[in-house]
Design a protein around this ligand. Structure first.
Ligand SMILES: Cc1cc2nc3c(=O)[nH]c(=O)nc-3n(C[C@H](O)[C@H](O)[C@H](O)COP(=O)(O)OP(=O)(O)OC[C@H]3O[C@@H](n4cnc5c(N)ncnc54)[C@H](O)[C@@H]3O)c2cc1C
Length: 277
């Protein structure tokens, strides 16, 4: 029989983990329980995070938004400040699975799974989010791009949990956009996705722009060269073509059951045209 724990506080969590060091954490369980179906021999105890209130809390402090790691996706989508101030994140989260999944799945679970197709990752990259990691012995924080190391791999150390995510409010008037290409509109993992955060220039083009592609490499792909092509004013068709072409060279997609590498490469550039349209 598998033991199941639902601590009410971090202190209780550390205590359970010290008694059962081989235990596994889960938040919404939408990734973990799918994996466990195929690991029938794994009887390690499970610890649910859903009753630890501080992991489900969101708050603005000045221009910084802090999201508890175990906050369900639906709760974030119902937050007006996320919709109005962080639309690129809201658009990414709205693409995840379907309504039932979004009730259970959490933002922290999406990050810890570290799938290159995770829909919260490209938005959090362009927003320059930091993650806060806690253990029984202290806390540390690091930029998201240092947290995600590769497919299924993060820089969480033994005994650490993802506690929260910190996002700075982008300047007013920023262009924020997320596009996902999948096989269906719901319950479909991204074939390619693109998150964008930019500041428009008065005569067209962008003063500054950040681009992050999902599902086209071992982790989120960024390209300073493609961004630089769009940071020109006025923005000519030649520059847009160079940005799309540079994007196609920057990505490192693979063939899988959803799409070929070649199709993903082409789409990575096509999404740049779609952004500008
Ligand atoms: C039908 C279906 C459709 C899906 N569609 C999408 C989709 O469109 N887009 C998408 O991005 N994903 C999708 N997913 C994947 C999944 O729902 C998301 O990755 C989700 O955000 C995972 O969150 P969770 O809370 O359920 O994670 P869990 O399953 O609870 O945990 C996932 C992993 O993270 C670890 N973990 C969780 N929280 C913490 C924490 N605070 N600290 C340390 N470790 C932690 C767990 O130990 C586990 O290894 C889909 C899954 C299913 C089953």
């Amino acid at each position: 029989m598998i033991q199941l724990f639902f601590p009410l506080s971090l202190r209780e969590l550390w205590e359970i983990r010290s008694r059962f060091p081989q235990s596994r954490l889960f938040a919404g369980g939408t990734d973990l329980f799918v994996q466990r179906r195929y690991q029938t021999q794994d009887e390690s105890p499970l610890i649910g995070l859903e009753r630890i209130q501080e992991l489900r809390t969101t708050a603005w402090e000045g221009d910084t938004f802090t999201v508890g790691a175990a906050t369900p996706i639906r709760q974030l989508l119902e937050d007006d400040s996320v919709q109005t101030l962080l639309p690129v994140l809201a658009q990414g989260l709205a693409c995840m699975g379907g309504p039932a999944l979004r009730n259970m799945a959490t933002i922290g679970g999406n990050l810890c799974t570290a799938s290159p197709a995770g829909d919260s990752l490209p938005p959090l990259y362009v927003l320059g989010a930091d993650v806060v990691l806690h253990s029984e012995f202290g806390r540390r924080s690091l930029p998201i791009k240092e947290f995600i190391l590769g497919p299924g791999s993060t820089s969480l150390r033994c005994g650490e949990i993802l506690h929260s995510i910190k996002i700075s409010r982008p300047p007013p008037g920023s262009v924020q956009w997320y596009q996902k290409v999948g096989q269906r509109k719901a319950n479909a993992i991204a074939i390619v996705s693109l998150a964008v955060l930019g500041r428009s220039a008065p005569d067209g083009g962008f003063q500054s722009i950040r681009l992050a592609w999902g599902s086209v490499g071992p982790t989120v792909i960024t390209s300073r060269e493609a961004e630089a092509c769009l940071e020109s004013s006025p923005l000519t068709m030649e520059k847009v073509n160079s940005a799309a072409q540079t994007a196609r060279q920057a990505v490192a997609p693979i063939d899988d059951i959803r799409a070929s590498a070649e199709y993903r490469r082409m789409l990575s550039g096509n999404l740049v045209y779609r952004l500008l349209r």
